[in-house]
Ligand binder design. Structure first.
Ligand SMILES: Cc1cc2nc3c(=O)[nH]c(=O)nc-3n(C[C@H](O)[C@H](O)[C@H](O)COP(=O)(O)OP(=O)(O)OC[C@H]3O[C@@H](n4cnc5c(N)ncnc54)[C@H](O)[C@@H]3O)c2cc1C
Length: 551
């Protein structure tokens, strides 16, 4: 990827075949697919890549065991279709980015024998639907073995667990890898650039987007033959910009996750199979933490998107029933809230009942193509459908999608033992080598080469954590990171690991960014203060004082 300043200069006033608006999972996937089919494509993202819903997921590459339950109990063929498609797509995500995605065992604890039969039958259907794409067959695991793999699980009364397979991934980094792959294929991308208006001339079709640089306030125009709206929860805004007569299509559902300390002996993910409001929640080892989520509550754009104390209490209450020792709110080390962009099926049904199926909508009036709904796991299939529609709109032959087997940047030369080579060749700790390999894949060597030129960059961002300063310099130069939030949350993942550690890292991160971005002292100080204040406010919302927080 270009440095952001250069990317802005490149798109300034330029013309493209396709302009994709929105750089989350959907937009990054669409941009890559279009560019690989030979269409000259630009990707415009208002915040950072994946800074909205796409970095706030449960990090599952899954068919959705809950949707399967609904497909069966509600005789819902739509839900069945989503599950089947997602189960097929899982494999492509794992194969195309092995450093960011892997299989995982999910354990459903059973305290009654009928639960063993019920969940056992359900997961067998899941296996069956996955067919040749299945990772391994679901099975029963006796109580003693289940507790050995999940030591915090309450053992008394446990009959055993049903274990099934799904995938897990690093959502924020997956989006960056998609954009990286897209730009390496010749596409142009720019982040922190918002589409503020769409212009039509003569024919009534959109031919130009006005874009505002969110960091400097500068504006420019970009022309394209086709515009794709991939703005997730914001899709109705762009649809309205294109054609005010279009009816709103989205309903928004907030989901929060919290992060807790992880007992390092924990091997599997645990499923709480039935919450008080009839859903499932997950407790998953994720990059050294226990990720617990999620909630499902209908919201609007006016609602504040932060984790609330009541949501923490709800998640802990559901989880603690299954544990030997309960967690308390004071144990929370981090958290995040996101909004699901769900395609409306009328006002009545609850958001948890709405399909996760996607829809590609062509507005005949303005020519806008909107990609609505869906899930991370199906981003590639969504992009394939959307770019087929783009080709139809351009009047060219439909086909040529190659994304099923197109490895993402960082996959080249990567293997399971990759981090061992880093430890030996660069004399770094195993923890840092593993961290870099899991974030950057085979590009980790490029990060570490920076430390050879400038040894100070090999220092950790915070003592005791694997992330190093070179990651920040690398991300600013090669991944278009432009703010402290970009580097501490999505590029290094430190903020997902610990709010407290991320706040401690802010001054050091700010100093590296100052040099990379050419900030002056006042700008750097402002960036650090704003970052720390935001995280402190989030902690206060759930009743944690900044100084008392656990790392
Ligand atoms: C709590 C939760 C848990 C989930 N868990 C999973 C899971 O485990 N597995 C799974 O498969 N799926 C999961 N999902 C669903 C998945 O995360 C989403 O379907 C997916 O991330 C949506 O991606 P998107 O690109 O459509 O939207 P977004 O990621 O929101 O991207 C849209 C982008 O458009 C940009 N934008 C908006 N307006 C403009 C504008 N005017 N100009 C330029 N850019 C603009 C935004 O800044 C944003 O980055 C979960 C969702 C939630 C909320």
């Amino acid at each position: 990827m270009r440095h952001r300043a250069e990317a802005w200069r490149t798109i300034d006033g330029a013309s493209f075949d396709v302009c994709v608006i929105g750089g989350g999972a959907t937009g990054s996937g669409c941009a890559l697919d279009a560019q690989l089919r030979g269409l000259r494509t630009v990707l415009i993202e208002a915040g950072d890549f994946a800074s909205a819903t796409s970095s706030r997921s449960t990090k599952l590459i899954h068919g959705g065991i809950r949707y399967l339950q609904e497909a069966v109990t509600d005789f819902d063929p739509g839900q069945y279709h989503v599950v089947k498609q997602a189960l097929r797509e899982r494999r492509f995500m794992l194969d195309n980015a092995p450093f960011l995605a892997h299989t995982m065992e999910f354990l459903v604890p059973c305290y009654r024998w009928w639960e063993v039969a019920y969940y056992g039958a359900g997961t067998k259907i899941y296996d069956r639907i996955a067919g040749k794409h299945n990772f391994f067959s679901s099975k029963f695991r006796p109580a003693k073995d289940s507790v050995a793999r999940w030591p915090l699980l309450r053992g008394s009364g446990l009959k055993g667990a049903i274990v099934y397979a799904d995938g897990q991934f690093d959502d924020a980094r997956f989006a960056v890898a998609l954009v990286q792959t897209f730009t390496e294929a010749g596409g142009e991308a720019v982040n922190h650039a918002r589409v503020v208006s769409l212009r039509k001339y003569g024919s009534g079709k959109i031919i130009e987007a006005e874009i505002e640089d969110q960091l400097s306030g500068t504006r420019t125009n970009v022309q394209a033959k086709v515009f794709v709206n991939a703005t997730g929860p914001f899709s109705d805004h762009i649809r309205e910009m294109a054609n005010p007569l279009l009816e709103k299509r989205l309903r928004l559902s907030k989901g929060v996750h919290i992060l807790l300390p992880l007992d390092e002996r924990t091997k599997d993910a645990m499923v709480v199979p039935k919450t008080d409001d009839g859903r499932v929640i997950f407790a998953i080892p994720w990059l050294g933490r226990l990720l617990v989520g999620t909630t499902d509550d209908e919201v609007t754009h006016d609602d504040e998107l932060v984790v609330k104390r009541s949501e923490v209490d709800y998640l802990l209450q559901q989880l603690n029933r299954y544990l030997l020792r309960p967690f308390a709110a004071e144990d929370v080390v981090g958290g995040f809230a996101g909004v699901r962009p769900l395609v409306s099926s009328g006002k009545g049904s609850k958001t948890k009942k709405l399909l996760r199926e996607h829809e590609v909508e062509l507005d005949g009036e303005s020519g806008l193509i909107s990609v609505l709904g869906g899930k991370w796991t199906t981003y590639r299939a969504m992009a394939e459908d959307a770019i087929n529609t783009v080709q139809r709109q351009l009047g060219i032959a439909v086909g040529g999608c190659v994304t099923r087997e197109h490895p993402l940047s960082g996959s080249e030369g990567y293997s399971a033992s990759y981090s061992q080579g880093l430890t030996t060749n660069y004399c770094i700790s195993e923890a840092t080598a593993k961290h870099l390999a899991e974030k950057f894949g085979s590009r980790a060597t490029a990060v570490l080469e920076l430390t050879k030129q400038e040894p100070a960059l090999s220092a950790p961002l915070v003592v005791g954590y694997p992330a190093i300063r070179a990651e920040i310099a690398y991300s600013a130069r090669n991944e278009m990171a432009a703010t402290l939030d970009d580097v501490l949350e999505r590029r290094t993942g430190l903020q997902f690991f610990s709010w407290k550690a991320a706040m401690e890292a802010a001054p050091v991160g700010g100093a590296v960014m100052q040099r990379e971005m050419g900030w002056d002292d006042a700008e750097t100080q402002r960036a650090v203060t704003e970052y720390v204040d935001t995280l402190s406010a989030w902690m206060q919302k759930i009743g944690l004082a900044k100084n008392e927080a656990k790392a």
